[in-house]
Design a protein around this ligand. Sequence first.
Ligand SMILES: *Cc1c(COP(=O)(O)O)cnc(C)c1O
Length: 227
Amino acid sequence: MSISENLTEVRERIARACERSGRSVEDVTLIAVSKTKPLEDLLAAYHAGAGDFGENKVQEIVAKHPQMPSDAKFHMIGHLQRNKVKQVIPHVVMIHSVDTVRLAEQIEQDAAKAERIMDILLEVNVAEEESKFGFRCEEVEAAVRQICVSPHVRIRGLMTIAPFVDDPEENRDVFRKLYQLSVDIKKKNIDNVTMSVLSMGMTGDYEVAVEEGATMIRVGTGIFGAR
Ligand SMILES: *Cc1c(COP(=O)(O)O)cnc(C)c1O
């Protein structure tokens, strides 16, 4: 199937998941994860209506973003080294993968220099997998309280990469936990923090993620094919 046909199918599945869970499709942003894919594939997706792109390497974002139409938005979704923050800031609307307070402090410094306010998500390793980056659930509130004082960083919510599983139902509990954590933190009414974004769900499990409250889903293979 073509990229355009894939996008149509993903959108239909999102719509059905929204219907099942009484949500509005406008509340779910589809991020087309275009890592490793050539510019022509991103353009095909753009012309089929994709407006948000997810990449996990700074070099790729820096190379692709300036070549895309100016209203295409890029999201940094991969592990970010502090020495690359400065490079990526001009090219992205959001950094989903903030996994340490030190990284957030670096973003504060470089965003201030660039005279920007950077929207970020805190990455949470809900399933506590050894191989994954991110805060543990019980560390998130303290991190939010440390980061929220930074005027050039705005915490918009949480992100998780769920485990790789055969049956997406196995990840329902992970998505529920992240949702609940965001609700708990929202209740604390912390200054400069919104918790309006939940970035969760990938090709294998985005429908379950939508049912459990995802507001951003990150789909690569389901749109662009295998990498
Ligand atoms: C690659 C990637 C995705 C997309 O994965 P697919 O299974 O191809 O949909 C989503 N999120 C992150 C953080 C990724 O690195």
